[in-house]
Each structure stands twice: as C-alpha cells, then as structure tokens.
Write a protein that binds this ligand. Structure first.
Ligand SMILES: *[C@@H]1O[C@H](CO)[C@@H](O)[C@H](O)[C@H]1NC(C)=O
Ligand SMILES: *[C@@H]1O[C@H](CO)[C@@H](O)[C@H](O)[C@H]1NC(C)=O
Ligand SMILES: *[C@@H]1O[C@H](CO)[C@@H](O)[C@H](O)[C@H]1NC(C)=O
Ligand SMILES: *[C@@H]1O[C@H](CO)[C@@H](O)[C@H](O)[C@H]1NC(C)=O
Length: 413
C-alpha cells in the first residue's frame, strides 16, 4: 500500500505541480458513481399527463430505495442526482430558489435526509445563466444565495450547466461559482460543462489547465441520448481525444463522457457491454439514468459487475489508451492496480469491434507495456472466469463478434 502511495505521489508531482494546482475539496478521489434524472426522465415536469415519467420526490426516494435494496449501493453507486426542472418558476421574496411545491412538497432538505439515511449522497443542478437550459430560473447574479441554499439542504454534488451565456462570462462563471461553493464550507462534488460549451457552442478549444483547478469533473462532449448512435459518437470522440485529454484526468478531476444508458433497455446486450466497459476503461464517472423498475436482470448484472467496477474505480484513475488496429477495431489498454511490488502492474484490455463481421485479433501483451517475466493470470471480466496463465511475451487469439467487446484483466503472478 505504501508503495502505491509513493508511486501515485510521484505521478502526481510529475504531471501537475509544475503546471497547475488542483481543486482541493477532498472529493471524487475515484470517479463518482450514481444515478441522474436527465438521460431517461429529462424535464419530466408534466406529471398529470405522464404519471410514469415524473421528476418528483417519490421518484428520487424510489431510486434511493432501489440503491439500498437491490445491490447498487454495495456495488459502489452512491450519488442520486436531480437534473434540470426541479424548482418553482419564481424565486422567493428573499431571492432564493424554491423546489416545485407540487413535485417536491417536503423540499430538498427532506430528500437529502432521506438519501443520507440510507448511507447515500445527494446531487442537484444549477445553470450559470439567467435561465436553466429548460428555462427554469438560472443562477446568474445569484451564485452566493444558490450555493448557500444547496449547502443548507445538505447537497453533496452539483452539476452546473452552461446554456445561454456569452463566452467571456462562461470563462469566469465556473471559477466564480466554484469560489462560492467553497465559501459555503460544505464539500460538494463540482461537475462542470465548461469545456463542452467552450468547444461546441463558442467554437474555441477548451484550456484544460484552467478547468482542472476548478472542477472535479467536466463534460467534454455532447449529451448522451437514449440511443446507441449517441453512445457510438461519444465512443468515437474519446477514441480520438484520449491522448490529448487523458493527461488532465485523475483522482479528484475527471473527464466526463456523460451518463450510462445501460438500464434503459435501449441497447442490445453487446452494446450495453461496450458502453459499460469503455466507461470503466476510461475511469469515467459511472452515472446511469433509467427507470429503476425497468432494468432487466442482464443490465443489472452488468451494472453491478464487480470486476468491471474494480477497473472503473481503480485508485490510479488512468484513462485507457486506444490502439486502433484496423477499421472499426480498437484495443483499449489500461494500467491499474494491484501491482506486484512497484514495478509490475495489472492491465485491462477491451477489444472493441464496431464492425458488422466477427474479427480475430492477436493480442501480444508485451506490446502494451506488460513486462513481468513471470506469468499473468487472465480474467474474462464479463464472466469473472480465470481463463489461463500466460507470459506477457506470448500472444493470444481473441475472437470479437460483430459490434461487441471482449474484456480481459491481466494480473501479474
Ligand atoms: C401537460 O400535458 C397535457 C397533455 O399533453 C397538456 O394538455 C398540458 O398543457 C400540459 N401541462 C403543462 C403545464 O405543460
Ligand atoms: C476550500 O478551498 C480550500 C483551499 O483550496 C480547501 O482547503 C478547502 O477544503 C475547500 N473547502 C471546501 C468546502 O470545498
Ligand atoms: C515495467 O513497466 C513499468 C511500468 O511502465 C516500469 O515502471 C518498470 O520500470 C518496467 N520494468 C522493467 C523491468 O522493465
Ligand atoms: C495460474 O497460476 C496460479 C499460481 O501458480 C495457480 O494458482 C492457478 O491455478 C493458475 N491458473 C490457471 C487457470 O492455470
């Protein structure tokens, strides 16, 4: 354990101290895991028309119950996050945001207490503009009062959106809001959308060295939607950008490819495996969004796959490196713990085939940095089976079916 600590400190000094300092709120040392309303429920505020798709107190409590009763909490899922559309249309006479009276009749402190009572954590949503993305009241001009409200409600996590502002304001607002969050004295995970708006709305490259000291995590790319095509676009983005943005990624500060849609039954089993394994390989936040009552048994097993979650939550927090070996086929490689001494690390390989025919891939571990002269034990992450022991200098043939992924973890013996 001591040697991991020293190694980590070494990497940390190497990568960061000369360039930038990091946000020091002590949170998100591993990528946050949880559930968020947006992906599946979106702005579900018309409850009389759609009682089954309603963003209200009952929904949030039912997610906490499901986490507590159905194994999600034991697997590591922790944060339950309300996205946009939670407030009344008007602030109160003191200028404070007020939770929607009909949908959240007992208020947010009540929900926080309920969630904390189960040993879980509570997240909420703000936007830096006058309005939120869905035209609810935004926080511009109210940063102090809104962060204070969140702290009084015992919120643990805040997602802050960046719709409807000019670029100069975008670049100062996240810094200012972070300052007010800190001043509340309550540690809250600070999830930003700054680089996304910088790049895709204002058409300038984000300066990640400015973002890392301010936010615990940040969205780099477009929102996911409950469709395979969106997961695929996001996959492609990270495949292209991993090297560039990987260096800003680590304990306390994460690139965020947005929510998992595993659990919505929108993806086939193989597509579910691709999203889940690549998010784990990226050390991405694992925040899913779905109707907890409709999660299939297969989806639940995948969401709660402990071998996969161990890779996702590895304390070193590396982003996997993609090696494209042919059109539509990429080998993602991630170094992680446990290590044998301070030399020989474990590695996971996710071999993704986005093509329409099966491919046979020759995996030569030595090529990707595995260098122990003793053997490695090979585990199939999805089944949990130990397949065999092999030398890093040997090779193995892996058949990857069309639009699927094979994922192995190799542990040094
Ligand atoms: C809710 O949906 C119903 C049926 O579509 C519609 O008539 C009503 O205007 C909606 N209410 C609000 C507040 O949007
Ligand atoms: C506020 O920032 C200081 C200095 O970085 C840090 O030590 C402290 O833990 C922060 N507090 C909160 C509540 O985030
Ligand atoms: C093996 O790889 C690790 C990680 O890249 C490196 O620190 C170590 O020096 C290498 N050891 C040998 C014997 O090559
Ligand atoms: C791999 O090697 C270990 C240690 O020698 C041994 O306990 C284990 O049974 C081997 N596993 C397989 C699948 O051969």
């Amino acid at each position: 354990m001591v040697s991991y600590g020293i190694l980590f400190l070494g990497l940390f000094i190497l990568f960061f101290t000369n360039e930038v300092c990091l946000l020091e709120n002590g949170l998100a040392k591993t990528p946050p895991m949880g559930w968020m309303s947006w992906g599946y429920y979106m702005c579900a505020d018309n409850c009389s028309a759609n009682p089954d798709r309603c963003l209200n107190e009952e929904l949030i409590m039912s997610v906490a119950d499901a986490f507590y009763n159905e194994g999600y909490q034991e697997a590591g899922y922790e944060y339950i996050i309300i996205d946009d559309c939670w407030s009344e249309r008007q602030r109160d006479e003191k200028g404070r945001l007020v939770p929607d009276h009909k949908r959240f009749p007992r208020g947010m402190k009540f929900l926080a207490d309920y969630i904390h009572g189960k040993g879980l954590k509570f997240g909420m949503y703000l936007n830096i503009a006058v309005d939120t993305c869905m035209r609810y009241p935004g926080s511009r001009g109210h940063f102090r009062v809104d962060t204070k409200s969140l702290a009084e409600w015992d919120v643990d996590y805040v997602k802050v959106d960046g719709c409807f502002v000019e670029e100069e304001y975008l670049d100062i607002a996240y810094i200012k809001l972070g300052h007010y969050l800190n001043k509340t004295g309550r540690p809250m995970v600070y999830s930003c959308s700054w680089p996304y708006y910088k790049k895709y709305i204002h058409k300038h490259e984000p300066v990640y060295s400015q973002i890392v000291p301010i936010c615990n995590m940040w969205r780099n790319y477009h929102d996911v939607a409950v469709k395979w095509g969106h997961v695929r676009y996001i996959y492609k983005f990270y495949e292209g950008m991993a090297t560039e943005i990987g260096k800003y990624h680590g304990p306390g500060h994460w690139n965020d490819p947005d929510m998992l849609i595993v659990g919505t039954n929108a993806l086939s089993p193989n597509q579910n495996r691709i999203q889940m394994s690549i998010w784990a390989m990226l050390s991405a936040p694992l925040i899913f969004s779905c109707d907890m009552k409709q999660v299939t048994a297969d989806e639940r097993r995948l969401l709660q796959n402990l071998q996969l979650i161990a890779v996702a939550q590895d304390p070193l927090g590396r982003m996997a490196t993609p090696h494209k070996i042919q059109r539509d086929v990429t080998i993602w490689v991630k170094l992680h713990l446990p290590s044998k001494g301070d030399m020989f690390y474990s590695y996971s390989f996710a071999i993704v085939n986005l093509g329409t025919t099966s491919v046979s891939v020759t995996l030569r571990p030595r090529r990707y940095g595995l260098n122990s002269t003793d053997d490695y034990t090979v585990m199939d992450v999805f089944s949990g089976n130990m397949l065999k022991n092999m030398s890093a200098y040997a090779s193995m043939e892996v058949i990857v079916p069309p639009e699927d992924v094979i994922m192995y973890s190799l542990f040094p013996l």
